[in-house]
Design a protein around this ligand. Structure first.
Ligand SMILES: *Cc1c(COP(=O)(O)O)cnc(C)c1O
Length: 390
């Protein structure tokens, strides 16, 4: 595949290398190691003089197919797969940073990522400053001479705040730091951070890349020097690599990524409009709505609003829980990125471990609900939510 191809084509074709059997669908190589023709070849493979597979902690043909396809979709030079989204973030930080260095991160990021920065990395002398993701000047002001990494998620969870990737890429450039964007909510089907100046894109492949709630996985995509010379050696040594089986599942998930993201975004927008017009709802958070504070930026930066809709129910926790408990179809679970819609009450689940004060400051109220919209019909989704809204 020498000519540049379109996203749709790359999603189903990129990264495939057929075996001598000529299989049409991508092969699943369930093997922990690879055999060599001779002692000399074994030595050459181990030293890196000869390219080829050695051991599936280092690399595997099915994992490589997933990596190549995701790199093509993100427009990145290189990609490494990881055991989970969290290990993608851990590997990035451990590979690029050392004790005494500093991270600037958006405060509205995945809960486990906050924990990773504040308890795990802090133990090794890496300090993190959290800033308002939507305010580039706050990022600039937080930069220190030791700042090595700028970390961001956009849109954020659960309030769907949108950060300006190009503006933050400029801050990172001036700081001599690396900008890493967790592209979980949009995926490359809706947003390509590298084209906007990000150095690295991080994925929880567990979410939309798989898209059907089956396996755990992750990936880092971006500059070859960062990915191959720093992060890959860390993974190879430390070991949080992706299993070939999970890679195969996610690789096949990528084939339908764009049509899923478009269909789920379309339902999410319609649901957000309906919720906004409902008298029991105080406020709706969805980047595709004109009422969203960063609507214009979102429409510039993203091809659609994504599939996450959050909303404040009038009446606080009691009213919000009533909506959750009245559902008969939507799954009550904190996961997202599935074809099955899910509903969660962030204040008592995903954000339950932080103090009530910190939650209030983050804008996560007791009446807030988050729906990750799947592929069910809009009518059935509305009917399921309507029951508890009274
Ligand atoms: C789920 C998630 C992660 C962590 O991914 P895992 O695959 O669960 O380890 C990181 N970032 C975001 C935005 C997520 O939603």
């Amino acid at each position: 595949m020498n000519d540049p191809m379109d996203f749709d084509t790359l999603a189903v074709r990129a990264g495939q290398q057929r075996s001598p059997f000529g299989e049409h669908s991508e092969a699943l190589y369930l093997t922990s190691s690879f055999v060599f023709a001779s002692a000399a070849q074994a030595a050459a493979r181990f030293s890196g003089e000869e390219t080829g597979f050695v051991y599936s902690r280092f690399s595997n043909p099915t994992v490589a197919a997933f990596q190549d396809r995701l790199a093509a979709l993100e427009g990145g030079e290189a990609c490494v797969a990881t055991a989970s989204g969290m290990s993608a973030i851990l590997a990035t930080a451990m590979a690029l940073m050392k004790s005494g260095e500093h991270v600037v991160s958006s405060s509205s990021i995945f809960g486990a990522t906050v924990q990773l920065f504040t308890s795990v990395l802090a133990k090794f002398g890496i300090e993190t400053t959290f800033v308002d993701g939507t305010d580039p000047e706050a990022w600039r002001a937080a930069v220190r001479p030791t700042t090595r990494l700028l970390f961001l998620e956009t849109p954020s969870n659960p309030l769907t705040e949108v950060a300006d990737i190009a503006a933050l890429a400029a801050v990172a450039r001036d700081a001599g730091a690396v900008l890493a964007v967790d592209n979980c909510f949009c995926t490359p089907a809706l947003q390509q951070p590298i084209a906007l100046g990000a150095d690295l894109v991080i994925h929880s492949a567990t979410k939309y890349l798989d898209g059907q709630g089956r396996v755990i996985g992750g990936a880092v995509v971006g500059r070859r020097d960062l990915v191959m010379d720093a992060i890959f050696p860390f993974l190879r040594t430390a070991g949080p690599s992706l299993s070939p089986f999970n890679a195969w599942v996610i690789l096949k998930g990528l084939e339908t990524l764009k049509i899923r993201m478009e269909a789920q975004s379309e339902r999410a927008l319609a649901l957000a409009r309906w919720l906004e017009s409902h008298s029991a709802i105080e406020r709706v958070y969805y980047p595709g709505l004109p009422s969203h504070p960063q609507h214009a930026l979102a429409m510039r930066q993203q091809r659609a609003g994504g599939a996450i809709v959050s909303f404040d129910v009038k009446g606080g926790r009691e009213a919000a829980w009533r909506v959750v408990d009245a559902t008969r179809m939507i799954s009550i679970t904190a996961n997202l990125g599935d074809t099955k819609s899910t509903i969660t009450h962030p204040a008592t689940t995903t954000h339950g471990r932080i103090s009530a004060d910190a939650r209030a400051r983050a804008g996560i109220g007791e009446g807030l609900l988050r729906v990750a919209v799947g592929l069910e019909s809009l009518g059935d989704l509305e009917a399921d939510l309507k029951r508890g809204l009274g």
